[in-house]
Design a protein around this ligand. Structure first.
Ligand SMILES: [Zn+2]
Length: 178
């Protein structure tokens, strides 16, 4: 028996739909809408980046918080807000997440050697409440990367200090900065 009103049902459906939108799709749509063009799952690049933006020489990885151990320290590996390590078979999960994190780092290192930038986007940053902010920040980061890579031309026109003011620097992923 269906006791939901049409309105309630509509609400539920909407909730389910947005919940079901895969993080990767959210990033794709958000960037496409902002005019960025990309290729998907580039098999020949290390780590098979989810999105590859050749013009920006940038790979984007959309990471699940659990599998890639978001906010989890590789040496200690204690659960974090968005990566709860199961108590059962804890050693197995710890080893698995640690391996994934090390692999992620290694792949981004390889990409950097090949002249590619990497941006990591975390699943939790794509929840509806944070989504737009995150996508804006990715767009800023991409523009910043482009300007940096083509720095000479830009610096001719604007003094460096003014350029800084005009371009809020979006947080490129911590993993890369380290
Ligand atoms: Zn997270």
């Amino acid at each position: 028996m269906d006791r939901l009103t049409a309105q309630q049902r509509h609400k539920n459906m909407a909730a389910i739909r947005s919940k079901d939108t895969k993080p990767e799709i959210v990033v794709r749509r958000g960037l496409w809408k902002r005019g960025f063009r990309y290729r998907l799952n580039h098999k020949r690049l290390p780590g098979h980046p989810d999105l590859v933006l050749r013009k920006y020489r940038t790979c984007i990885f959309v990471n699940g918080c659990f599998w890639h151990g978001h906010h989890v320290d590789t040496t200690i590996l204690e659960s974090s807000e968005c990566c709860k390590i199961p108590k059962t078979n804890r050693d197995f999960w710890v080893a698995k997440i640690r391996r994934n994190k090390e692999r992620d780092k290694e792949e981004q290192r390889k990409l950097a050697k090949m002249g590619w930038h990497s941006i990591t986007v975390w699943e939790c940053e794509l929840k509806p409440a944070k989504r737009e902010e995150t996508l804006e920040s990715i767009a800023f980061t991409l523009n910043h990367i482009w300007l940096q890579d083509h720095g000479v031309k830009v610096n001719y026109r604007t003094p460096p200090e003014e350029e800084d003011k005009q371009l809020p620097m979006a947080a490129e992923d911590n993993e890369i900065k380290r």
